[in-house]
Design a protein around this ligand. Structure first.
Ligand SMILES: Cc1ncc(COP(=O)(O)O)c(C=O)c1O
Length: 458
């Protein structure tokens, strides 16, 4: 019999009847009539479907309607998730300005690293001061002033847990020096113009904003958006990178789901459903105030907005995971907590039933496992181009990494190419691997079976 390992795994996964507290945002129940979701729509740029230079074609017309719904000048449809928008946005900004240093948070997604490697960009890292939070504005502003060669500021907002720092002072400081601001708002597509959610970077005046629509909104997996709203960057600077990095055969199934989504955005009912979710979550926060929930805990902290569509239970993963997994699949498990994605398509009643089974712990002395600080010895691009050897993790301390080491999710490199492997990093990775064995990209099975090995520069 012909084996179909992936199809069999998919069928087994779906037969479990568990709740889906993870991407995609449609949760198998898209709120639109799915008359386009069929084999016959699996096409690419053919005949009248192809984009035209004069922009008089269905894709450009749909993108224009999307742009209007977000109040931006132009939007691009991605069939490569938020990764393509992040990469194209950073490369467009730095090439338009003609400088190759970028100020960015050390907790950026690996698509940011890809842009740095492709563009030969040098990072000025800013570390968040607190686990699960972004870098605070003062620290980013200081970094902007630290070099005359800054070609872009790249912010990740919100964090994977939906925590959004106040970036208005950063945008103002950057624009004062004519530096564009690119915001990776992959987890915040559902915010713009919606009461009860954090203010979108679009409304705050960022120049380029990347959205991962499929994460929280009802589009097909692998869809995304890039929005331009800037006096500093021309659309042509984006177009060139979009074409270089994007596939030449975009799936019209994915594009059609973005078209259905833009239509939904013009429908006030959809806005209402998100508002109702936000209100219902506020009630849930009160009901479960005895649990250690991150979002209500940080709500009201100075300079922070929180997204009610993310729910993080803080605590030892070993205690939480078996209980949560018996109800549904969470989006992310890390050593210090479990994060769920909520959306209008998912019943909150099941979330509440699950929460009521969780152990209550006093976490007053909780230390957590924040990302350890590393020393950057080579630029990411220089490190990736260097010759390398594979060494066991036991012998890696003090060596310079050639590849990023990336726990997934969240897809944030714990080690960037060119960084020195410290004892702190190795200990952090050991704790992570205990919780999520085999989930760190860049760690290979050791030939002696004694643990992992990694590539380091020689
Ligand atoms: C903050 C952030 N940016 C970008 C991405 C890339 O998104 P995608 O997987 O849709 O390409 C992710 C994915 O997890 C992310 O968390």
């Amino acid at each position: 019999m012909n084996e179909r390992p992936l199809i069999e795994a998919l069928n087994a996964h779906r037969s479990g009847l568990r709740q889906q507290w993870h991407t995609p945002g449609h949760g198998e129940h898209p709120p639109f009539v799915d008359d386009w979701l069929r084999w016959g729509a699996d096409l690419t740029e053919i005949g009248n479907l192809a984009p035209r230079n004069d922009r008089d074609d269905p894709i450009h017309r749909s993108e224009q309607r999307m742009a209007e719904s977000f109040g931006v000048t132009q939007s691009w449809y991605s069939v490569q998730g938020a990764s393509l928008p992040v990469m194209a946005g950073i490369l467009a900004a730095t090439t338009a300005i003609g400088k190759n240093r970028i100020v960015l948070e050390r907790t950026s997604h690996r698509s940011v690293l890809a842009a740095m490697v492709i563009g030969g960009l040098d990072p000025i890292w800013v570390y968040p001061r607190q686990q699960y939070r972004g870098a605070i504005a003062n620290d980013v502003v200081r970094a902007i002033h630290s070099s005359p060669e800054v070609g872009a500021v790249v912010l990740t907002r919100p964090t994977y847990e939906g925590i959004a720092e106040d970036i208005a002072p950063v945008i103002s400081a950057a624009h004062h020096r004519h530096i564009p601001v690119v915001v990776d708002e992959a987890h915040g597509t559902h915010w713009y113009g919606r009461a009860g959610y954090p203010t979108s970077a679009i409304a705050l005046g960022a120049d380029l904003i990347a959205h991962g629509t499929h994460k929280t909104e009802p589009t097909l997996t692998q869809t995304g958006l890039l929005h331009l709203h800037s006096d500093l960057i021309p659309a042509a600077a984006v177009d060139v990178w979009w074409r270089l990095l994007g596939t030449s055969s975009p799936s019209y199934l994915l594009l059609a789901s973005l078209d259905a989504y833009q239509a939904l955005r013009h429908d006030s009912l959809w806005m209402t459903r998100w508002r109702e979710l936000g209100e219902a979550v506020q009630v849930l926060w009160q009901e479960f105030s005895y649990l250690n929930l991150l979002q209500p805990h940080l709500r009201g902290a100075a300079g922070v907005e929180v997204d009610p569509a993310k729910l993080t239970v803080v605590g030892q993963a070993q205690d939480l995971v078996p209980k949560i997994l018996s109800w549904g699949w969470p989006e992310k498990v890390d050593p210090d907590g479990v994060t769920l994605i909520l959306s209008p398509e998912r019943p909150l009643a099941m979330v509440k039933s699950m929460l009521s089974t969780l152990p209550v712990k006093d976490l007053a002395l909780w230390q957590g496992h924040p990302l350890p600080r590393s020393v950057q010895r080579l630029s990411p691009r220089a490190a990736i181009l260097r010759s390398a050897e594979r060494v066991s993790m036991r012998e890696a301390e003090g060596r310079i990494a050639r590849e990023p080491l990336v726990p997934y999710p969240p897809g944030i490199p714990v080690v960037q190419p060119g960084e020195v492997m410290s004892r702190d990093v190795l200990e952090w990775l050991a704790v992570w691997q205990d919780i999520n064995p085999g989930s760190v990209e860049g760690i290979y099975p050791d030939p002696d079976g004694q643990g992992g090995s990694i590539w380091v520069v020689t």
